[in-house]
Design a protein around this ligand. Sequence first.
Ligand code: PGA
Length: 257
Amino acid sequence: MEKLENGGKEYIVAANWKMNMSAKAIKSFLEEMNQVEIPKHLRTIIFPPYPYLNIFQKMLRYSRITYGAQDIAKEEKGAYTGEVSADMLIDMGCSYTLTGHSERRSYYAETPEIVAEKTRAAIMHSLTPVICIGETLEQRQSGRYKEILKAQLDAVEASVRESMGVCMIAYEPVWAIGTGVIPKISEIRDTHKFIHEVLISYGGTYRKTVPILYGGSVSEKNVREIASVKYVNGFLIGGASLNAERFKTIIKLLSVD
Ligand code: PGA
């Protein structure tokens, strides 16, 4: 097994359940997870669909597993049918929210500015935003992908400025999400290094500490190798996080140095 590259630093293992699972399935998933000893250097975050947040609130009271929402309203409150505000997420015990997942950007037309506003709303309420960025296959092949990633980050930075330091970034190449295809390790290394440099370029040494997660077809087969890459500080996992056995295996693989 490759040696993990984080020099004893924390790893983040985040599960994005998207529009999956049921109350029954979640209860048994969390019962199983509550038996697992999560090592100190791992931070586990689950992002379930909104209606199930109350199950997390009840079942994870004494757990090291934390949770958050998959999305957040940019508005504070009022006539916004279907939206869920930061205050409501806090009420449900959330500590985190995703912003700018590529499915939100592409299916729900979330522009970089909307993502920035949502990220800002989260920060104002002390929720930690996990800002998802990523390029399409076409953008990767055109060689313009770094420009795209930087523009996605710049839009958020322009809105939150200093508070960028309290965010997490999830780099998820759109072409790797749910496809079983992952970038070459050298590509992940290069892109994470680039993101790190963009964060540094905003100024302020604390930006060195913003965790950069990798997402897109992460599984028990590749997690260890990707974890050994410099500037990979954790994972945002979709499909492989829906099954407690698989998720536990991933946690176990990241538990040994
Ligand atoms: P995947 O999804 O692990 O199923 O590729 C990751 C994500 O969309 O966050």
